[in-house]
Ligand binder design. Structure first.
Ligand SMILES: Nc1ncnc2c1ncn2[C@@H]1O[C@H](COP(=O)(O)OP(=O)(O)OP(=O)(O)O)[C@@H](O)[C@H]1O
Ligand SMILES: O=C(O)[C@@H](O)C(=O)CO
Length: 422
């Protein structure tokens, strides 16, 4: 059993978990991501990220799952804890971030932590408590049309306050840019004044390195993946290629995409423009009872080989809205996720060994269908998206997986990813 685990992490979705793990690896930690709360002994690593699928479930269930993860991590020696939330700070309309964070604090016997979704390398910045995605406020970004968790308020103090019992304060950028000491002093001040959470401004990696040092002695941080770059330094770790080493890759390549985000839609369009083999899955046909999974696999099988194949339900917002009106939001999401997950498993059964899955919920469903219990985190493809290596127990195979958050990755992600494993 590992008794020295510097960092124990709980992520509210699967792509979010790999995003966090990626930043820890890049800053020098060896990281294993587990799918759900593990049952066996702790793997050999500097950090374990427990990936939950708790972003959009009822708050009481999200709290229970997160506490179970905390308990496992604590009992395997973790000393500091990281609750990874989305860099666009979304959860349910009532909010899961506040209830989970408050339950974790209470379980840790602590009364205060800082909160920031900032991830400047992926253009998520926080200024005066307002979240920007690229050049626009969160509420003006593609997140306003998200199929499950639309975001319409960019003021994080307000968003966090609406879902928390305790008071939410702010550490402004003029304090953050001063370095770890002023941040630390302000954290203490807010804590003494009875605040439970401090939203922290951050505009670049230097801000996050300052913040990482400032929170070295705090039991919990609630954040997107950005803050992770500042934590390994507290354990004397520095970036190293060894932390990201994976076994060599071989076998056929494929992408399964259920994300309908702007970035993913552009990646699908880029793949189509290149004339590569791609098949669209229609949610209404799944609902009609047609064997969409069987048809997709029959289409894909003869095409598997040197070039990647893409199976996707990704669609523009107006098409998603129309499907949701006909099938219901939850029902549509679940049906598509189930079909894409079965397709992902079928592809691996047919020889795919390097698989990209796009979308957090979609990735969660796919990884569960593949019977993956833990993944070793390898090299970064794009900020927030690493290659991982895992045993797909449901297929009796090992496989290289990249779980791509909907909004991440450059436009050519679906082709360039496969060039990077050698
Ligand atoms: N054509 C479609 N019509 C309606 N719903 C869809 C369609 N395609 C996919 N979906 C559903 O939309 C949701 C997309 O969520 P998912 O988390 O997979 O992607 P994302 O939100 O872009 O990614 P991330 O959570 O990483 O930002 C899933 O529940 C999926 O099943
Ligand atoms: O933080 C992010 O934006 C991602 O890691 C994510 O959580 C998307 O599901």
């Amino acid at each position: 059993m590992t008794t020295n685990l510097p960092l124990g992490c709980i992520a509210d979705d699967f792509t979010g978990a790999t995003d966090l793990a990626n930043n820890l690896v890049r800053a020098g930690m060896r990281v294993v991501q587990t799918i759900g709360v593990p049952e066996g002994p702790a793997p050999e690593a500097d950090a374990v990220v427990v990936a939950l699928k708790s972003r959009t479930i009822p708050a009481a269930e999200a709290v229970a799952q997160s506490l179970a993860a905390l308990h496992w991590l604590r009992s395997h020696g973790a000393r500091q804890f990281y609750f990874k939330v989305c860099s666009t700070f979304d959860s349910t309309p009532q909010g899961n971030i506040g209830p989970v964070a408050e339950a974790l604090l209470e379980a840790l016997g602590s009364s205060f932590c800082c909160v920031t979704p900032a991830f400047p390398e992926n253009a998520r910045t926080v200024y005066k408590g307002h979240l920007f995605v690229g050049d626009v406020l969160l509420s003006d970004s593609g997140m306003r049309n998200h199929p499950l968790t639309p975001m319409t308020d960019p003021n994080l103090v307000r968003v966090m306050q609406a879902q928390s019992q305790g008071k939410v304060g702010l550490i402004e950028h003029r304090v953050v840019r001063g370095g770890a000491a002023p941040i630390h002093a302000r954290l203490r001040q807010l804590q003494d004044e009875g605040y439970r959470f401090a939203i922290v401004d951050a505009l670049d990696n230097e801000d996050l390195m300052h913040l990482g040092r400032a929170i070295a002695d705090m039991p919990l941080v609630v954040a997107g993946s950005g803050v992770a770059i500042g934590l390994p330094q507290n354990h004397g770790l520095a970036p190293s290629a060894a932390a990201a080493a994976l076994p060599p890759a071989h076998g056929a390549t494929a992408i399964v995409s259920g994300s309908c985000s702007q970035a993913t839609n552009a990646q699908v369009a880029d793949f189509l423009r290149r004339g590569l083999p791609a098949l669209a899955v229609d949610p209404l046909q799944i609902a009609s009872g047609r064997d969409v999974v069987g048809e997709a696999l029959a289409w894909a099988e003869p095409r598997l080989g040197d070039q990647p194949v893409l199976v996707y339900s990704s669609a523009p917002p107006e098409s998603v809205r129309s499907v949701q009106q006909q099938l219901g939001v939850g029902n549509a999401g679940e049906m598509v996720e189930k079909a894409l997950a079965a397709i992902a498993k079928g592809l691996v059964d047919r020889g795919v060994r390097q698989l990209v899955v796009a979308g957090g919920e979609t990735s969660g469903a796919a990884v569960q269908a593949l019977g993956v219990q833990q993944m070793r985190i390898g090299p970064q493809i794009d900020p927030g998206v690493p290659w991982c290596h895992a045993e797909a127990q449901a297929c009796g195979r090992t496989v290289h997986l990249a779980l791509k958050s909907g909004n991440f990755g450059t436009t050519d992600f679906f082709t360039k990813a496969f060039g990077q494993l050698g």
